[in-house]
Design a protein around this ligand. Sequence first.
Ligand code: NAP
Ligand code: MG
Length: 463
Amino acid sequence: MSDTTTVINPATESPIADVPIRGLDETDEAVARSLEAGPAWRAIAPADRARLMRRFAAQVEEHAEELAQLETANVGKAIGESRDEVGMVAEVLYFYAGAVDKHRGATVPVAGGVDMTFHEPLGVVAAIIPWNFPIAITSWKVGPALATGNTIVVKPAEVTPLTALRLAELALDAGIPEGVLQVVTGRGSVVGTRLAEHPDVAKVAFTGSTEVGRDVMARASGTIKRVTLELGGKSASVIFDDADLEVAAASTPGGVFANAGQDCCARSRALVQRSVVDRYLELLSKAVEGWTVGDPTDPTVKMGPMVTAAHRRVVEGFLAPGMGGADGGPVSAYARGAVPEGPGYWFPPTVVAPAEPGWRMAREEIFGPVVAVIPFDDEEDAIRLANDTPFGLSGSIWTRDGARSLRMARAIQAGNLSVNSNSSVRVQTSFGGMKQSGFGRELGLEALASYSDVKNVFVATDG
Ligand code: NAP
Ligand code: MG
């Protein structure tokens, strides 16, 4: 019998479920079942494998409201966000169902024969998932892994395992064979490290912190596993004086406070051209007032609590006196939203302005609803500030000058940029980081390459 852990609703602090804490032996058993399920899964005719994945997507659609409520209860995210994310899960599964029989090899003109390529499955894939987007990020790995003929073992974050567990049940209900998609709950230090080291795991698809990503990569090196890493960020919105300032300011809360700021793409630095900073801040403080915090099951509420009490303490630490300035000076909050009284790990949306680029809260990933507003002088200054970070995940450029938007988009070192928008993630387009935000791309057709190896076959035809 496994030990269990109690899963807590962060908005009410009430227990919602007990979930097993699996050990090394149980992890090994899951990998063995995954390995065993591989050949039969790959033997299913492509169109039939695609059909099974579509049925899986349809199961998600049929249970969408149940899944969204479960995600909100477990993570504390606003119900509108959970509904959108569950909608995306179905879309991801449909998208990759469509890719099963379209991920073609090539024939290559060569001397002396015929040369062709095959996209071979890797075998057993391990997916290690963070707590901030549990069901969405699970689907980003499950979709391309299954489409390319792999089997997959998912290790959810210890505090948010509920939707991944339900997803695995829905896969079985859809007719996906036993062992093809498994979920192993437990600790990162036990289940996660074991999956990263296991000789029968061919690839680790990891999303989480840069620190743990580094450890996963080191452990995976023992057996030369394929690794993709989606890690942290310290992304910037760059707002020029020729932007539509009303729209840019009104969009800022959504770009940094969505999912209570617990988003690797959060635009946690707003770089604003000096001549319009005052006007921008005026507009922004009005927008922050409208960013309501409260019961995440209420569809009018924009933001729920932090995921755990421990995480709220981490976020608070970035604003504590003496924690902000490079010189140890205090951080002053310019505008702060209101939070409910009573139980729940609440933290108000917070604007720090003006912030110094050297402050800890302006350099490190806070993973909470805090934005640092930093003035800049000109384009060159904006590029320097935007790139002055070890991260490179996402960012936004706000300007009405088309040529400038393209110059900036080419100059900023980040994997996902948007112009006059804060949208980072779409099913059809690739997603991933530069620099220490990781490598490998999820979503889009690009993800298929990370779940398959190219095999080249030459057949001599001369003589
Ligand atoms: P985390 O601490 O890195 O954990 C991520 C996952 O790894 C969890 O399932 C965790 O299990 C597991 N884990 C922990 N230690 C491990 C180890 N030594 N070996 C293998 N697995 C291990 O991240 P988090 O606290 O869940 O999430 C916050 C971080 O994730 C932020 O830095 C954020 O930027 C990043 N993130 C990035 C993206 C992206 O797409 N780039 C998306 C979301 C989040 P336990 O929960 O059991 O510890
Ligand atoms: Mg962690």
